[in-house]
Design a protein around this ligand. Structure first.
Ligand code: ARG
Length: 475
C-alpha cells in the first residue's frame, strides 16, 4: 500500500493511489486546458461572489483576484510551467487550484467553497461555445462576401440549371452562387441559436442540488456576460443541449460546404470545364504532369464526415445517461473542439478558393444555349395560346421526337412541320425562344430573372454591411 500524496481534489476518503493506467485514462487536462481562460473568468466571478457572503475578506478577495490574473498571464507566457503543473493536474479545474495554492498557500483552497467541478465545466464549456459560435459566424460572413463578389462579377452569365444532373432550365450563374449563400445564411441563424442555447449560467447549481451559501447567481452570470441563469440545478449539470446545438450548426455548415465542394469538383472536370481551378488551392499529380486536382474541395467534402461524426458521437454519449452529472460527460469536449477547428479551417479554405476561382463564361453560356433547356418555354408558349399545360407538354414532346427523327435541333424545325403537330404554333414561336427571354420571364420573387438576381445581390450586400457595422460597434 502506497502512502497517499494528498494533492487530489477528492483524496480524503481514499486509502490507496489510483491505478496508474486508470489515472491517465481519467485525466482531461490534455484537452480541457483549452477552457483555461474561461475557467479563470468564472473563478474571478465566483471569488467576487464569495466576498459579500463572508467567505472572503476584502483582502483575501484582492489576493485571490491578483493570483488568478497572475496565473492567467503565466499560462500565456510560461509554457514550461504550464506543462509541468499541467502534467500533475487531473483537469483544468484542478490545475487552477494547484496554481492558486502555489501562489497563495491554503488561501488558494478557499475559492472552491460551495461549488463543484460539475457546474464549472458546464459553465466554461458554455462560454467556449458562445465564443466559438461568434468566431464561426464571422468566418461565414467572409464566405458570404466571397459569394457576393463572385455573384457581382459574373452577373449576366447564364448557365444550364440542372436537376438530377440533367439539363433543366437556364439560370444565371449568380443565381446559383446566391443559392449557396442562402444556405450559409441559414447556418448563421443556427449558430445564433446555439449561442442562445449556451447563454445561461449554471454557477450556483453546485454538484447537482444548488448552493447553500446564498451566492448571488445573477451577479455571477452578469459578470460573465450571460444574459440569464439556468433554471434547475440538476438539469444544469446534466444539460449538454447547447453542445448538440453547436455541433448541429457545424454539421449544417459542413454539409453545405460539402455540397459546394461537390459542385466545384464536377464543374472543374474536363467534361464541364465551368471553372478554372486556382493554382493556390489545387495540387498536382506526382505521376501525371498535366493534372491540376481540386483537392481543396475534395478535402472539404471529405472532412465533413468528421463533423457529422462529432454530432453523432455526442448524441450517442448522451443517450440513456441518467439525469445529473455523469463522468461520461467529460467526453463532450474533444470532438466538439476538433469539429470547431475543422469547420473554421474548412470555411477559411472555401472562402479563399471561391474568391480565387475563375468561371469559364464561354463554357457556361454554351451549355445554357442547349435548346433542350427551352422545352418548358415552348410548352409555356402554347399555354399562352390557350392550350392546357398537360396537352402543351405532350405537343412539345412530339416536336422533340420529330426533331430527333430528322436528326436536327427541334428549334430548327420549320413552321409548317410544327403546324403539322399543332396548329397553335405561329410565326412568333421562334423569336419567343431564347435564353434571355426564358431568364427574364422568371420574374417571380426568388426567381432567376436578372432584375431579381440584382435585387438579391443588393439584399445580401446590405445584410453583410449591417453585420459588419454591428460587429464594428461592439469592439
Ligand atoms: N473533467 C470533468 C469533465 O470534463 C469535470 C470534473 C467533474 N468530475 C467529477 N468527478 N465530478 O466533465
Amino acid at each position: 500500500m502506497t502512502e497517499r500524496k494528498d494533492d487530489r481534489l477528492w483524496g480524503g476518503r481514499f486509502e490507496r493511489e489510483p491505478n496508474v493506467q486508470f489515472d491517465a485514462f481519467q485525466r482531461s487536462f490534455a484537452f480541457d486546458r483549452r477552457l483555461l481562460p474561461y475557467e479563470i473568468a468564472v473563478d474571478r466571478a465566483w471569488a467576487r461572489a464569495l466576498e459579500p457572503i463572508g467567505i472572503f475578506t476584502a483582502t483575501e478577495l484582492k489576493q485571490t483576484l491578483a493570483a488568478l490574473d497572475k496565473i492567467a498571464e503565466r499560462a500565456r507566457t510560461d509554457a514550461a510551467w504550464l506543462e509541468k503543473l499541467g502534467a500533475e493536474a487531473e483537469d483544468v479545474h484542478h490545475f487552477v487550484e494547484k496554481a492558486l495554492f502555489e501562489e497563495l498557500g491554503p488561501l488558494g483552497w478557499k475559492l472552491h467553497t460551495g461549488r463543484s467541478r460539475n457546474e464549472l465545466v458546464a459553465t466554461d464549456f458554455r462560454l467556449f461555445v458562445i465564443d466559438a459560435a461568434a468566431q464561426v459566424q464571422k468566418a461565414l460572413s467572409a464566405l458570404l462576401n466571397s459569394f457576393l463578389l463572385q455573384a457581382k462579377a459574373n452577373l449576366g452569365v447564364p448557365m444550364a440549371g440542372m436537376t438530377h444532373m440533367q439539363h433543366a432550365q437556364p439560370i444565371l450563374l449568380s443565381h446559383f452562387l446566391l443559392a449557396h449563400a442562402e444556405a450559409f445564411t441559414r447556418d448563421i441563424a443556427r449558430l445564433q441559436h446555439a449561442a442562445a442555447s449556451a447563454d445561461a449560467c449554471p454557477m450556483g447549481s453546485g454538484a447537482l442540488a444548488g448552493n447553500s451559501f446564498a451566492i448571488d447567481r445573477h451577479a455571477i452570470a452578469r459578470e460573465l456576460g450571460f444574459s440569464r441563469i439556468t433554471a434547475n440545478s440538476l438539469d444544469a449539470v446534466s444539460d449538454r443541449d447547447f453542445a448538440l446545438d453547436y455541433l448541429f450548426a457545424l454539421t449544417g455548415i459542413a454539409t453545405h460546404l460539402s455540397r459546394l465542394a461537390e459542385d466545384f469538383v464536377i464543374f472543374a472536370s474536363q467534361e464541364f470545364s465551368y471553372v478554372i481551378l486556382p493554382d493556390e488551392f489545387s495540387t498536382g499529380s506526382s505521376l501525371m504532369p498535366q493534372k491540376k486536382n481540386p483537392d481543396c474541395w475534395e478535402l472539404i467534402r471529405g472532412k465533413t464526415g468528421r463533423i457529422t461524426g462529432a454530432l453523432l458521437g455526442l448524441l450517442t454519449t448522451l443517450k440513456g445517461l441518467p439525469t445529473s452529472y455523469q463522468r461520461d460527460l467529460q467526453e463532450d469536449k474533444e470532438a466538439l473542439f476538433a469539429a470547431h477547428d475543422q469547420v473554421a479551417d474548412m470555411i477559411a479554405v472555401a472562402t479563399g478558393a471561391l474568391a480565387a476561382t475563375k468561371f469559364n463564361a464561354r463554357r457556361l453560356e454554351a451549355a445554357a444555349s442547349n435548346p433542350a433547356l427551352l422545352a418548358t418555354e415552348a410548352a409555356d408558349y402554347l399555354v399562352h395560346k390557350g392550350i392546357p399545360f398537360r396537352q402543351a407538354h405532350g405537343i412539345v414532346g412530339k416536336v422533340l421526337r420529330e426533331a430527333e427523327k430528322q436528326n436536327i435541333s427541334w428549334m430548327a424545325l420549320p413552321l409548317d412541320a410544327l403546324k403539322k403537330i399543332s396548329q397553335a404554333f405561329e410565326a412568333d414561336f421562334a423569336e419567343s425562344l431564347s435564353v434571355e427571354a426564358a431568364l427574364s420571364k422568371k420574374r417571380v420573387p426568388g426567381g432567376t430573372a436578372p432584375e431579381n438576381v440584382r435585387a438579391a445581390i443588393a439584399d445580401l450586400e446590405a445584410r453583410l454591411n449591417r453585420k459588419t457595422s454591428k460587429t464594428g460597434a461592439k469592439s
